[in-house]
Unconditional design. Structure first.
Length: 174
C-alpha cells in the first residue's frame, strides 16, 4: 500500500512540476514581450548591428550550450527547482530578441529571425524536453541520455556556425 502512495505522490509531483514549468515558460514569454515593448526604439540599432558582427565557433557553442550546461549543473547538484528560473530566463530572452529582430528587419524579419536564431529555434524544444525529464519526481535519466542531449547541442552549434551563419551572411552581403 505504501508503494502505491509513493507512486501517486511522485505522479502528483510530476504533474505539478510540469504545470509550473509551463507557467514559468509562459510568464517568461509575457515578460519578454512587455520588456521589448517598454524598451521602445532604444534597441533598434543594436538589433541591426547583430548581423554585421563576427562570431567565433567558441562563442556560438557557448551560446548554444550554456543554458543546457546550467540546467545540467542544477540537476547534478540535486537542485532541480533551479530549472524553473532557467526556463523563465530562456523564454524571456528568446522572445525579447525575437521581437527585436522581427521589428528591426521589417518585411525580412521573419527570415533573418529564423536564420539568426537558428540554434535557439531548434534548441529550445530540446532544452524544454531536458527540463521535463529532470523535474522533481521524474525518474532519473541515464548519463548516456544526458550525453545525447549535450551532443545534440554541440551538433546544433556546429551546423549553425558552418551552414546557417554563412548562408545568412551571404544573403545580407551578396
Amino acid at each position: 500500500m505504501t508503494e502505491q502512495k509513493a507512486a501517486a505522490s511522485a505522479l502528483l509531483q510530476r504533474k505539478i512540476g510540469k504545470a509550473l514549468l509551463a507557467c514559468c515558460w509562459g510568464l517568461g514569454i509575457a515578460c519578454g514581450i512587455i520588456g521589448y515593448v517598454s524598451a521602445g526604439g532604444t534597441l533598434f540599432s543594436l538589433m541591426l548591428s547583430s548581423v554585421y558582427g563576427t562570431m567565433s565557433i567558441v562563442g556560438l557553442l557557448c551560446i548554444s550550450i550554456l543554458p543546457f550546461l546550467l540546467s545540467a549543473f542544477a540537476v547534478s547538484i540535486s537542485f532541480p527547482f533551479l530549472l524553473y528560473p532557467l526556463c523563465f530566463c530562456k523564454a524571456f530572452l528568446f522572445i525579447f530578441i525575437s521581437f527585436g529582430v522581427l521589428q528591426s528587419y521589417s518585411d525580412a524579419g521573419w527570415l533573418v529571425r529564423c536564420l539568426l536564431l537558428f540554434s535557439d529555434n531548434v534548441g529550445v524544444p530540446l532544452l524544454y524536453c531536458f527540463w521535463l525529464r529532470h523535474l522533481p519526481g521524474c525518474p532519473k535519466s541515464s548519463p548516456a541520455e544526458n550525453a545525447l542531449f549535450l551532443a545534440s547541442f554541440l551538433v546544433l552549434g556546429c551546423v549553425d556556425y558552418c551552414i546557417i551563419s554563412p548562408f545568412l551572411a551571404h544573403l545580407i552581403f551578396p
